[in-house]
Write a protein that binds this ligand. Structure first.
Ligand code: AMP
Ligand code: FES
Ligand code: ZN
Ligand code: ZN
Length: 404
């Protein structure tokens, strides 16, 4: 028999006579999503069609079979966003991304058109897309790239970011960990009680804040997306890390410079600086959407992941959430947004460590929490860690020199 499948149209030959249900089965068509028409009338799945018969299988679920059409203009869609029950053509997908960024900015008062914004750009899809969106929306956004010294991965990332900045004619600031601070991330391997990813995260937070404050930026923006934030929240909930939950917000306000009477900055040549405001304008958009945005806008980004992330627990949380999302689109967003809207501010304000008194680090002058014991010089986590890494590099270098 002939089976005409619609939208897109194609014809299949199937041996008859056969039950309609079996024919659909053979063609892997879900009977709940189609109508079957034979000789101008509808037939059900138990009807037997003769070998010389011809049936039409017509899809009935919009967007559920064949190419979906754009939610806004009806053109063929290039991207579906299941949690919004929507599909978009290229132009309307870009509008969708901008409108989610707009919503994030407005809902949390993240940035204004007067602000000077420093976007931390890694060369990955999220932060490059963020910089691109903010520029297209007319914000005053410069980029900051931190060279982590992770072999060819870092070399490629730096080139991609520099390429974007040159193509757009915008300002990029670059800091290299080895040049500025005397160590790179691979040097952390083998340090007791410290993972490379942990030190990498600490170094990024420190350098982002420092550069933002040194150069007078009003706000620091990162490319953390919905998947990053939902995975972070899942990790925090599983271990009931309430102080982290208190600070898990798409916007963290600036904190004041350490007050007068503190030891004040020494060694770093910067006057009493506090913490810059930090914002995550992509927290309403998933990784898949950010990758699609880059492809649609022709943005070159580094697809490979950092070679040091193996065993990273955040990746396991992302996998778990993606599995839930596959069966119930929208789960990730409900989890994160529900927390932010209903729980975060109401329940965790008292667990926020930002309430602790900050004093100036005696090494670099940036804020740190007051030491528990009186008479002890305050030293921030970054300065302590850096000291350990630099010492371990020096020990290894002299051991190698001793052997040769
Ligand atoms: P990650 O910590 O790798 O998940 O990255 C989170 C965000 O931090 C990215 O979206 C960027 O905004 C920023 N970021 C990560 N790595 C770098 C880097 N090497 N230089 C500048 N920004 C970075
Ligand atoms: Fe930090 Fe990989 S980017 S360890
Ligand atoms: Zn469209
Ligand atoms: Zn310090």
């Amino acid at each position: 028999m002939k089976v005409l499948l619609r939208n897109p149209d194609r014809t299949e030959d199937v041996a008859g006579p056969a039950r309609v249900g079996d024919v659909l089965d053979r063609l892997a068509v879900n009977p709940e999503t189609v109508l079957v028409i034979y000789g101008g009338t509808l037939i059900t799945k138990d009807v037997v069609v003769p070998d010389d018969g011809e049936i039409e299988v017509r899809p009935v679920i919009s967007g559920g079979a064949g190419p979906a059409s754009c939610h806004a203009c009806g053109a063929t869609a290039v991207m579906e966003v299941k949690r919004h029950h929507a599909a978009y053509c290229a132009d309307h997908f870009v509008d969708h991304v901008r409108s989610q960024v707009r919503e994030a900015i407005d809902r949390h008062g993240m940035i204004s058109y007067h602000d000077r914004i420093l976007v931390a750009v890694s060369g990955g899809k999220d932060s490059l897309a963020l910089w691109d969106v903010l520029l297209d929306m007319g914000y005053r956004a410069d980029g900051l790239y931190l060279g982590l010294g992770i072999g060819s991965y870092s070399d490629r990332s730096g080139q991609v970011v520099a390429g974007f900045a040159a193509a757009r004619g915008v300002t990029l600031r670059t800091v290299d960990l080895v040049d500025e601070y005397g160590y790179d991330i691979p040097a952390v391997t083998g340090l007791r009680n410290r993972s490379s990813c942990g030190v990498c995260g600490l170094s990024k937070r420190y350098v982002f804040n420092r550069v933002a404050k040194e150069h007078g930026y009003d706000v620091m923006a990162t490319g953390h997306n919905l998947d990053d934030e939902a995975a972070q929240l899942l990790g925090n909930v599983l271990r009931w890390q309430t102080p982290f939950m208190a600070r898990q917000s798409p916007v963290l306000p600036a904190t004041e410079a350490p007050g007068e009477g503190d030891s004040g900055p020494r060694g770093a040549g910067i006057e009493g600086i506090g913490m810059a405001r930090k914002v995550k304008p992509l927290y309403r958009l998933g990784e898949r959407e950010m990758a699609a945005y880059c492809v649609i806008k022709g943005l070159d980004y580094i697809v490979e992941e950092c070679p040091m992330v193996g065993g990273n627990t955040v990746l396991r949380y992302k996998d778990a959430l993606n599995e839930l999302e596959r069966h119930s689109p929208g789960t990730k967003a409900q989890f994160l947004f529900g927390f932010l809207d209903r729980v975060q501010s109401a329940h965790f304000a008292s667990a926020d460590p930002a309430g602790e008194t900050l004093v100036a680090c005696s090494g670099c002058g940036l804020p740190t929490t007051r030491p528990r014991r009186a008479g002890v010089d305050p030293v921030c986590a970054f300065c302590r860690t850096r000291e350990r890494v630099v010492q371990s590099v020096a020990r290894r270098t002299s051991a190698v020199a001793g052997r040769t």
